[in-house]
Ligand binder design. Structure first.
Ligand SMILES: Cc1cc2nc3c(=O)[nH]c(=O)nc-3n(C[C@H](O)[C@H](O)[C@H](O)COP(=O)(O)O)c2cc1C
Ligand code: SF4
Length: 757
C-alpha cells in the first residue's frame, strides 16, 4: 500500500494490513476454553480515583436508542436491561452515548422536537430514571458510569436539513457521513463553549443521581473527536483552532463542577487509521480528501497526557471512525482481540513516562474489541496488554458472562457471533438494540429470567435442529413439555456451512454452543433427539399436541441457461466440500449478498482462487451492517476480487459466464466503504442528479467454476402438509421456514413461540 507521502503510523499500518488474512498474521481463532481458569487477573479489584471496581470487566457503552420515554427518561426496558448485566457480575457498567447538546447539534432532534436518545439534560423530569438505574446496578455491586457526548456532528442524521432547514454541524466545513453532498456548518467558539458548560452540568447531574462516574465519548469521529482531531478540525482562527483545547477545557469544567474525587473516563481512538486504511484513495475520493491530517499516535499520546493533567482517571482505546466503520465496530470477520496492541501502546506510554492520575494512582487502560473469550481476556490482562477488559456485544449475547467465567462454566457462555444483526443494525434500521443469539436481550422487562412452567404439559414435536429448532426445544423443556426434536442432517442447519470459513469462527463457536444445548437436553427424560426426517403422516400418527416446524430453507436458482452444468454448484455445497473447486482457478460467484461476498472471501483468501462476483443490485452486501460489509468489501478489493454490481447473469457455458453489465457513470463504486448505503425509506434529494441510466454491455468472464449464492426460499412444504393433514391442534412455522435467513429472527421467533405454548 503506497501511503508514505501521507501522515501515517507504521504500527497502525501493520495492524490494518493484518486484518485481511489475520489467521496468518498472529491472531488466534479463540473458542470457549478454560485453560487459564481460575481467572485471577480478571477477578481482581482495581482503583479508579476513590472508587474500587470489584473486577476488571467493563460493560462497553452501547447506544440505548429508543430505550427511554419521550422525555428521555430511561424506561423499564432500559432499567431491566442494565439490571440483568449488573446481576451477571460485570464490575463497571457504562451507558450508551447520552447527548447534552440539544439545540446546538442540529442532528439530534427529529420532527416534533423528539429524540430517540435517553437524556440527562432535562433536570428532574428524567432524574428518577437515572437514580433507579444507578440503584439497580449498586444492588449487585456493579458501578455505573454515564457516557456523555458533546454530540454527533458530521456523523449525525442529515435530515435536519429537511425537517429544520438547518445544516448539520461540525468543527469545520466537513461532509456529512450519511450524505456526503450535505456539508456541515462550522460550530462557533461560543457554541463549543456552551457545549462544554452542558457537559459540566451533565456531570454534576450524574453525581447528583448517584451515578458513579462520567465517561467522555471521544472516539470514532463523533463531535468530541471532530473538534479534537486535526482531520476534522481545520480551524485557523479562534481558541478551538488548538485541537486539544476543547477536550482539555471540558475536563477542567467537569472537575470544576464535581470536584477532584469523581471518576472521569475518556474514550479515545489512538488513530483514525484513515490514511493507513485507504492509502492513495485519500487523495482521490472527495469526501476523504479533507481528512488526511488525522492525529498520529504520537499526537494522541500527547493529547492523552494533557487530559490526564486536566483530571481524567481512566481511558479506553480503540482505532478507527465511521469512515472505516469495521474498526470501531469489529464484525464477525475481524479477529478477536484486534486492538490489544493498541491498548498496550498506551499502557507502556504511562509506565515509561511514569504518568499517574491527579490522585497519584496508576491510570487503568481498558482494552476493547471482540474480547468475549475468558482465556483471551485473562491472557490480555496477565500479559500486561491492558488493565481492564471491555465487553460490549459479549454481554448482549450473555449477560451472565462474568459469573460463568468466575465459576469456570465457560462452555455455558453463549458466544456473540459478530453479526451485528440484532444490536447495531437493528437500531440503525429504526429499532432498539437487541441480540441475535439472546432473545431476552432488551426484552428483560417482558421475559423473566426463568421460563415459567406451562399450566398444561404437552407433547410437542419440533422439526429442524437449526438455531430456531434448538432454542424452541430448550424453551419447551423449560416449560415442562415433552419434546421430540427431529433433524434429518446435523444439528445447526444452515449454521453448519455458515461456520466453515476461517472468518466464520464465531459461528463455529455458536454451533458448538447449540450442540451442547442438545447434549444437555438429552439428559432430560422428557426430551428425545430423532435423527430422521419427519413427515406429516408420522407426526399425525404420534399424536402430538403441538408441532413446530423450523425446517430452514431451500436454495433458489435463477431461470438462466447453463446453471444445471457440472461447472456450477451452490455456495453452501462448496463450503461443505471445497474439493468442488479443486481444479478451478477462475471462479465466478453469482450473487453479491452476504453469502456470495463471504464465499468470495473464502475462495480468494483461503483457497487462493481468482474470483469475480456478479450482482444485479446496485450494491454488494446490501442490507448487511455497514461495518460487516465494509470489512469484507475492503479486503476483497485488497485481494484483487472483482465486484460487478448492476450486472445481470445471461448464460453459463463451459469455461465462461456471459453477463450484461451496466457501465453507466452513475453505477455506484462497489468498493465504496467510507459511507453507508442509505435505507430505502430515506429519500436522498440529490438522487435525481445521479440517476442510473441503462447502458448495458455484454461481457464474458472466464470461469472454471460458477458458484451460486442467489438466495434461499423458506422450506415450508412440511408446514403446509401438516396443516392440510391437521396433524396437531397447534401447528407453527418459525424461523427460516417462515421467512428470512437470519439467526436473529430464527432465535427470536423460537423463544417467543415456545414460551407461549
Ligand atoms: C449496539 C451497539 C451500540 C454501540 N453504541 C456505542 C455508544 O453509544 N458509544 C460508544 O462509545 N460505543 C458504542 N458502541 C461500540 C462498543 O462500545 C464497542 O466498542 C464495540 O462493540 C466493540 O466491542 P465488543 O467487541 O466487545 O462489542 C456500540 C456497539 C454496539 C454493538
Ligand atoms: S446481535 Fe450478533 S453481534 Fe450483536 S451482540 Fe448479538 S450475536 Fe453479537
Amino acid at each position: 500500500m503506497e501511503v508514505f507521502f501521507l501522515n501515517h503510523d507504521e504500527e497502525v499500518l501493520r495492524l490494518i494490513d493484518s486484518y485481511g488474512d489475520w489467521w496468518n498474521k498472529g491472531f488466534e481463532t479463540p473458542s470457549m476454553t478454560r485453560a487459564l481458569y481460575p481467572y485471577t487477573a480478571m477477578f481482581s479489584p482495581v482503583r479508579v480515583n476513590r472508587l474500587t471496581l470489584k473486577n476488571r470487566l467493563v460493560m462497553a457503552p452501547m447506544g440505548n436508542i429508543s430505550m427511554c420515554d419521550e422525555t428521555g427518561r430511561p424506561n423499564a426496558k432500559m432499567l431491566k436491561y442494565f439490571e440483568e448485566r449488573a446481576r451477571g457480575g460485570v464490575g463497571l457498567i457504562t451507558s450508551g452515548l447520552i447527548p447534552v447538546s440539544f439545540g446546538i447539534d442540529t442532528s439530534l432532534i427529529e420532527l416534533g422536537e423528539l429524540s430517540y436518545f435517553p437524556r440527562i439534560d432535562r433536570s428532574r423530569t428524567v432524574f428518577a430514571g437515572w437514580r433507579d438505574l444507578a440503584g439497580m446496578c449498586h444492588a449487585y455491586g456493579a458501578q455505573f458510569f454515564i457516557q456523555l457526548t458533546p454530540g454527533l456532528g458530521r456523523v449525525g442524521n442529515p435530515q435536519c436539513l429537511m425537517t429544520q432547514t438547518k445544516l448539520p454541524r461540525s468543527a469545520s466545513f466537513n461532509p456529512n457521513w450519511y450524505m456526503s453532498s450535505v456539508p456541515c456548518a462550522r460550530l462557533s467558539d461560543r457554541s463549543l463553549t456552551k457545549i462544554i458548560k452542558r457537559v459540566g452540568q451533565g456531570a454534576a447531574d450524574a453525581l447528583a443521581c448517584n451515578i458513579d462516574g462520567v465517561y467522555l465519548h471521544g472516539h470514532e469521529g463523533y463531535l468530541l473527536e471532530q473538534v479534537t482531531n486535526p482531520a476534522f478540525n481545520r480551524r485557523k482562527l479562534g481558541k478551538y483552532a488548538d485541537v486539544e483545547r476543547f477536550g482539555v477545557d471540558m475536563i477542567k469544567e467537569i472537575r470544576k463542577r464535581v470536584g477532584p474525587h469523581y471518576p472521569i473516563m475518556y474514550r479515545i481512538d489512538l488513530s483514525l487509521a484513515l490514511n493507513e486504511t485507504y492509502g492513495d484513495k485519500m487523495n482521490t475520493v472527495s469526501s476523504l480528501k479533507k481528512f488526511k491530517g488525522g492525529r498520529t499516535i504520537k499526537q494522541t499520546l500527547h493529547y492523552i497526557d494533557e487530559l490526564v493533567k486536566a483530571g481524567v482517571d481512566m481511558f479506553d482505546v480503540d482505532l478507527g471512525c465511521y469512515d472505516n466503520w469495521w474498526l470501531p465496530h469489529p464484525p464477525s470477520s475481524m479477529p478477536s482481540g484486534c486492538f490489544l496492541d493498541i491498548s498496550e501502546i498506551v499502557k507502556k506510554h504511562f509506565a515509561e513516562k511514569e504518568i499517574k492520575s491527579n490522585m497519584g494512582l496508576d491510570i487503568p487502560v481498558v482494552a476493547v474489541g471482540k474480547l468475549g473469550y475468558p482465556d483471551l481476556a485473562e491472557k490480555a490482562l496477565r500479559d500486561g496488554k491492558c488493565d481492564m477488559v471491555m465487553l460490549g456485544r459479549p454481554l448482549l449475547a450473555d449477560p451472565e458472562w462474568p459469573n460463568k467465567a468466575f465459576a469456570g462454566k465457560v462452555d455455558e457462555i453463549c458466544p456473540c457471533i459478530g453479526c451485528q444483526e440484532g444490536c447495531l443494525n437493528e437500531f440503525v434500521d429504526g429499532g432498539h438494540p437487541q441480540c441475535a443469539v439472546n432473545p431476552r436481550t432488551a426484552f428483560e422487562e417482558e421475559y423473566p429470567r426463568e421460563v415459567p412452567l406451562a399450566a398444561v404439559q404437552k407433547k410437542v414435536a419440533v422439526i429442524g435442529a437449526g438455531p430456531a429448532g434448538v432454542i424452541a426445544a430448550k424453551t419447551l423443556i423449560a416449560r415442562g413439555h415433552t419434546v421430540d426434536l427431529y433433524e434429518k442432517k446435523a444439528i445447526g442447519g444452515n449454521v453448519v456451512p455458515g461456520s466453515k470459513a476461517k472468518i466464520k469462527y464465531e459461528v463455529a463457536n455458536y454451533l458448538a454452543y447449540l450442540e451442547k444445548i442438545v447434549e444437555d437436553l438429552k439428559a432430560n427424560e422428557r426430551f428425545q433427539f430423532v435423527n430422521a426426517e419427519a413427515s406429516a403422516e408420522e407426526l399425525k400418527a404420534k399424536g402430538y399436541d403441538a408441532v413446530i416446524v423450523a425446517a430452514g430453507t431451500t436454495q433458489s436458482k435463477p431461470p438462466v441457461e447453463g446453471l444445471d452444468g457440472k461447472n456450477v454448484c451452490f455456495a453452501v455445497d462448496l463450503l461443505m466440500n471445497p474439493d468442488l473447486v479443486k481444479d478451478a482457478q477462475n471462479v465466478v460467484v453469482i450473487g453479491g449478498g452476504v453469502v456470495g461476498a463471504e464465499t468470495a472471501y473464502y475462495l480468494s483468501y483461503e483457497l487462493g482462487k481468482s474470483v469475480k462476483v456478479v450482482e444485479m443490485d446496485k450494491y454488494i452486501m446490501n442490507h448487511a451492517c455497514t461495518a460487516n460489509r465494509g470489512h469484507i468489501i475492503h479486503y476483497l478489493e485488497k485481494n484483487g476480487v472483482e465486484l460487478l454490481n448492476c450486472t445481470k447473469l445471461v448464460k453459463v457455458e463451459d469455461g465462461k459466464v456471459l453477463v450484461s453489465q451496466n457501465v453507466n457513470k452513475n453505477v455506484p463504486d462497489p468498493y465504496l466503504t467510507w459511507g453507508p448505503i442509505l435505507p430505502s425509506n430515506v429519500e436522498n434529494p440529490l438522487d435525481a442528479l445521479h440517476k442510473i441510466k441503462d447502458e448495458y454491455r455484454d461481457r464474458e468472464l472466464e470461469a472454471d467454476m460458477v458458484v451460486l449464492a442467489t438466495g434461499v426460499r423458506p422450506a415450508d412444504k412440511l408446514y403446509y402438509d401438516c396443516v392440510d393433514a391437521q396433524v396437531a391442534g397447534e401447528i407453527y412455522n418459525i424461523g427460516d421456514s417462515f421467512r428470512g435467513a437470519r439467526i436473529f429472527e430464527a432465535v427470536r421467533s423460537a423463544y417467543r413461540c415456545a414460551k407461549n405454548i
